[in-house]
Design a protein around this ligand. Structure first.
Ligand code: GRF
Length: 216
């Protein structure tokens, strides 16, 4: 069967992108990374993608008169590569409402907190400052409301008493790298359906769990 073509949007390091590229190397993985697009020409992740032989494109957003014209250019690039799923992976550019409407139910994001707690930026510090005992990451469908689209899956990690934002971020990131490829697989297998703010995951094998947590 033809593999789902995934377009990844990044702005920087690209470690989640790299995890997706790695997962997609498996012959039985149902998705392939068709293109990586960045709004930052110097994004480290672009080099990783190029070294992996994946098509890349950079659209420095300063070159566009407004958000929507930038979004339309990115969208045209994704469509040129036959993309069926857009995965935001550290894409630090707020999109116009046009973009998530155009890609409705075909665009996902990974966020380093257990949404709806701690949307926005510097979220690991937010979790520490709030005294949270558990944090983690969330993969959700993207809507026009920032970090508020239907939740697909989450992974939890402890917040330890001596954590800094960096140590907590690193613990969460390890789970991000497990969770994102899993969710892209589910999407590619047609398991996900959205009803309002809830997402159902069909046919998760018996005994498997929707609660992700660190390996003991
Ligand atoms: C990750 O923590 C992701 O959850 C957030 O931005 C960070 C991107 O990291 N949206 P990377 O570029 O994937 O390494």
């Amino acid at each position: 069967m033809a593999k789902l073509k995934v377009g990844i949007l990044i702005s920087g390091r690209g470690s989640n992108m790299a995890a997706l590229i790695e997962a997609a190397k498996a012959a039985d993985y149902p998705a392939e990374i068709a293109v990586v697009v960045s709004n930052v020409a110097a994004a480290q992740g672009l080099k990783i993608a190029q070294d992996a032989g994946i098509a890349t494109a950079a659209f420095p957003h300063k070159g566009f008169p407004d958000r929507e014209s930038f979004d339309r250019a990115v969208s045209a690039e994704l469509e040129k590569h036959g993309v069926g799923l857009v995965a935001l992976a550290g894409f630090m550019r707020i999109q116009s409402p046009w973009f998530p409407a155009h890609w409705k139910d075909r665009i996902i994001n990974i966020h380093p907190s257990l949404l709806p707690a701690f949307p926005g930026l510097r979220v690991q510090q937010q979790a520490i400052d709030a005294g949270a005992r558990i944090s983690g990451c969330t993969v959700h469908f993207v809507t026009a409301d920032l970090d508020a689209g239907p939740i697909i899956a989450q992974a939890a990690v402890p917040v330890l008493p001596d954590d800094t934002a960096d140590t907590l971020a690193a613990r969460i990131l390890r789970q991000e790298h497990r969770l994102y490829p899993t969710v892209v697989r589910w999407f590619a297998e047609g398991r996900l359906s959205v009803a309002g703010s809830r997402v159902a995951v069909a046919g998760v094998p018996q005994g498997a769990t929707l609660l992700f947590s660190p390996d003991p």
